[in-house]
Design a protein around this ligand. Structure first.
Ligand SMILES: Nc1ncnc2c1ncn2[C@@H]1O[C@H](COP(=O)(O)OP(=O)(O)OP(=O)(O)O)[C@@H](O)[C@H]1O
Length: 344
């Protein structure tokens, strides 16, 4: 029988002090290849220090880090870092290098052939919405903050490392640019297969990007789990308080219609439902409650519905199985689903 692949990253009992201040205390986790872990927590809780211990920019006092089954202490730090992309908030582009030269730094160090580097740079810039014809020859000072951030990401991905560490990669951007870059980031095919560890203190960002979240306070793990586990089953009062202010928004984004099939109203006598259906008012069962609300409000804005309230029809269920949803029936079902799912 083949032996299972080792975790992409395994951290055991990692601890770091600065003087008498315990900055990271006894942290352990294992990440499967391709998984995205978000390190979340209030300012100063140790997120950056923990991240920097993964690529040996900071050395721990105790505990171990293994990458693909090998202890990082057995590897030279420079070699370790070449296999791990690293993106930081300050971007850190070299000011006297062009965009293309900045992106090519690591592949050059690795001795890749010039035509291979040029092809890769062009491809990445295009994917990150920086057409190379326009941007390759520009210097960092000629770019906006959002464009610089994209170049920083392209640079981290240039040598196609299987692991990428990201420290507040969208932190310096205004909220609108931040949300749109985050969307691009999520959709980047390049990142889907990679193991990512991302630091943020932004709860919405964590929920949008994480497979699992590691929530830290004062250097200690408060909870490690999926966004849904942290939201619906907080491990302690710190976790509950940390999400309290944004609880409703997070629930609306986290729950999908598939999670609440049991709560969706069963069909009553619906007049020939198909006649009301159009692309505008059909929703997939995989839609989040937030997405359904947005669709309902687009319908409301488009004008009065033929039959009273704005209504959406569920895709992939026979018309006779479920009633179409209005704001009222959707929110009632959502409330019942939250109660059921968060029951101990
Ligand atoms: N080189 C250092 N020397 C001394 N103290 C340090 C050093 N680096 C970090 N610290 C302290 O360790 C604590 C954790 O810092 P760290 O940057 O890891 O936190 P963080 O959660 O990433 O914070 P933020 O979200 O504000 O960036 C802070 O109190 C910080 O002042």
């Amino acid at each position: 029988m083949p032996t299972p692949a080792p975790p992409a990253i395994e951290v055991c009992n990692l601890t770091k002090h600065y003087g008498s201040h315990a900055v990271v205390q006894d942290v352990s986790f294992a990440l499967a290849p391709g998984e995205t872990l978000v390190l979340l927590g209030p300012s100063g809780c140790g997120k950056t220090t923990l991240l920097r211990m993964l690529n040996r920019l900071v050395e721990p006092d105790a505990g171990s880090v293994s990458v693909n089954g090998a202890d990082v202490r057995q590897q030279r730090p420079e070699e370790l870092r070449r296999g791990m992309g690293y993106v930081i908030q300050q971007v850190g582009l070299l000011p006297h290098y062009t965009v293309a030269e900045n992106v090519a730094v690591v592949p050059r160090l690795l001795g890749h052939a010039p035509d291979r580097i040029a092809a890769r740079t062009g491809e990445l810039l295009r994917r990150l919405h920086l057409p190379p014809e326009q941007f390759a020859g520009q210097y960092p000072r000629q770019l906006s903050g959002g464009q610089q951030q994209r170049v920083g990401l392209a640079r981290a991905l240039a040598a196609d490392p299987p692991i990428v560490l990201l420290d507040e990669p969208f932190g310096a951007l205004d909220p609108l640019t931040r949300a749109s870059i985050r969307r691009e980031f999520r959709e980047l095919p390049e990142l889907r297969r990679k193991t990512l560890v991302l630091v943020t203190h932004d709860v919405t960002e964590a929920f949008e990007l994480a497979d699992r979240i590691l929530l830290l306070e004062a250097g200690r793990v408060q909870q490690l789990g999926t966004p849904r586990q942290l939201l619906l089953h907080p491990a302690n009062s710190f976790v509950r308080r940390f999400f309290a202010a944004e609880q409703l928004g997070l629930q609306l984004r986290t729950l999908r219609l598939t999670d609440m099939l049991a709560e969706l109203p069963p069909a009553a006598e619906i007049p020939d439902a198909t006649t009301f259906k159009s692309e505008d008012n059909t929703v997939a069962l995989t839609a989040t409650v937030q997405e359904v609300l947005e669709q309902l409000s687009r319908l409301t804005a488009a004008g009065p519905a033929a039959a009273g309230d704005a209504t959406v029809w569920l895709e992939a269920t026979p018309p006779a199985a479920r009633e179409p949803l209005t704001y009222a029936s959707l929110m009632a079902a959502f409330g019942r689903a939250i109660q059921r799912l968060s029951a101990p």
